[in-house]
Design a binder for this molecule. Structure first.
Ligand SMILES: [Zn+2]
Length: 458
């Protein structure tokens, strides 16, 4: 397949761009990228994408897909109040709910330019079935490259944690299930569509013992580690009160810093914390829309990047970011960085870098994805910029980052079309919508019962 005639932004090490360029794809990988139209003698089907911008597919580094069916709740709350409202709803999830939510959430991510997504799943009700398997099956249906994490919570309310006791698991169950998930699903190969990470939920929902043993397990299995950190000032107080440490000092004491670790949010890092993250190569998944939606603050992306901390972008869970649009995160990353730090805080092309090669690096996947270079996997977004909203914006990268989210002409994952002309082609969007609505209704019905029962008991 040959993509011909578009502007091509490669995000390679030299940040090469071609005003008019071409990309040649063979066997799911990029065979050539270059300026001008593709040589006439090249064989293979040619797709004329004149009027479009070709970029690497976007990489989503933080999500909770199951939340797709619990959007629009606690819409005016901050994190802890929002969590307290939602935990009882989430307690009712099972493999059917998660499968429907994940398929809808991943299909929508694809519509917003995403070719690889992670997922941080940490709610495993005892009678919920195989929820991790359900989201893996959903990613296969939609056709996205996927790095779900086996998350966990073992610090319930009776032990001073935030989650209700009936949604936490014991440490032995968690470690056994996590090892089993990695052994069953993780594919480290170069063409991998599925890698697994290990991701206890957060310092206020997980014990230090679990964090330490999860890190040991991840290093034994050579998979990546992920958790939430420094999302709110409440968490800072929690760590100071219980451990006499900042969140980063606490995580460092448990073996949780390193270039195989990426942390979601990282809003409230002080200068010493940023220096420690940089020295250890620990990455940060910046989630600007969710952070703003919950009023949590906004990460110091300019300082993180200046210090050399790897930074990528995440939509975060759908319950705190109803839009779940990855291209919107690129735009918000730029706008919030400048709102916080002035016009020099982030360049337009730096914002796109966070959403592509930056995210790939966070996931340890940058040898295969994140830029358009010969030999890399053909994960490619083709944005249409010749319509009303974009045609007369002088700089096509500015049109993508600063303009409205453009129509997606084509999205390829390993050379396979997943989106064509703003429609997902691998699955039936109407069927996904119906299933997600049904899952949403059944989950809220179940939660309503729990809430009424609790009210009667008190
Ligand atoms: Zn999150």
């Amino acid at each position: 397949m040959i993509l011909d005639g578009a502007t091509v932004v490669t995000m390679d090490a030299g940040r090469s761009e071609h005003g008019t360029g071409h990309v040649v794809i063979e066997n799911g990988r990029i065979a050539a990228v270059g300026p001008g139209r593709a040589p006439a003698e090249l064989a293979g089907p040619r797709t004329d994408v004149t009027g479009c911008l070709v970029t690497p597919g976007l990489v989503n580094t933080h999500h909770h897909l199951y939340q797709w069916v619990t959007r629009g709740l606690a819409v005016d709350d901050g994190l802890f109040g929002w969590l307290t409202t939602l935990y009882p709803v989430w307690a009712g999830i099972d493999e059917d709910v998660v499968g429907a939510a994940a398929a809808a959430g991943l299909a929508w991510l694809a519509r917003t330019g995403c070719t690889t997504s992670t997922d941080h799943h940490y709610v495993f009700p005892a009678d919920g079935g195989d929820v991790l398997g359900a989201e893996i099956a959903a990613a296969r249906r939609v056709g996205l490259r996927f790095m779900p994490t086996r998350g966990s919570m073992d610090l319930g309310r009776r032990d001073g944690g935030l989650p209700p006791d009936h949604v936490v698991e014991d440490i032995d169950t968690i470690l056994a299930a996590t090892a089993a998930a990695v052994d069953a699903h993780h594919d480290p190969g170069p063409d991998s569509m599925l890698r697994i990470g290990i991701a206890p939920c957060s310092p206020f929902s997980v014990t230090g013992d679990l964090l330490r043993q999860a890190a040991e397990l991840a290093r034994d299995r050579k998979v990546r580690l992920h958790t939430h950190l420094a999302e709110t000032l409440d968490e800072q107080e929690f760590c100071q009160d219980r451990f006499g440490a900042t969140p980063v000092q606490y995580m460092e004491s448990l073996g949780w810093l390193g270039d195989d670790v990426w942390l979601a949010h990282g809003i409230h890092f002080d200068d010493p914390a940023i220096a420690t993250l940089a020295a250890t190569g620990t990455g940060v998944a910046h989630c600007p829309s969710s952070n703003a939606r919950l009023g949590a603050g906004i990460a110091r992306t300019a300082d993180l990047r200046a210090a050399g901390v790897p930074v990528g972008l995440g939509v975060d869970g759908a319950a705190s970011n109803e839009a779940c649009s990855l291209i919107e995160e690129v735009r918000h990353a730029l706008l919030f960085a400048r709102a916080r730090g002035g016009p020099q805080a982030m360049a337009v092309r730096d914002a796109l870098e966070l959403g592509t090669i930056g995210g790939a690096r966070l996931l340890g996947w940058d040898a295969e994805i994140g830029s358009l270079e010969p030999g890399k996997l053909a994960d490619i977004a083709v944005w249409r910029l010749d319509g009303l909203a974009h045609a007369d914006i002088a700089d096509p990268v500015a049109a993508l980052v600063l303009g409205s989210a453009p129509p997606l002409e084509l999205l390829l994952v390993g050379g396979r079309p997943v989106v064509e002309r703003d429609r997902v082609t691998t699955v039936d969007e109407h069927e996904l919508t119906r299933s997600a609505v049904a899952a949403h209704r059944s989950l809220l019905d179940r939660a309503g019962t729990v809430t009424r029962t609790e009210g009667m008991a008190s």
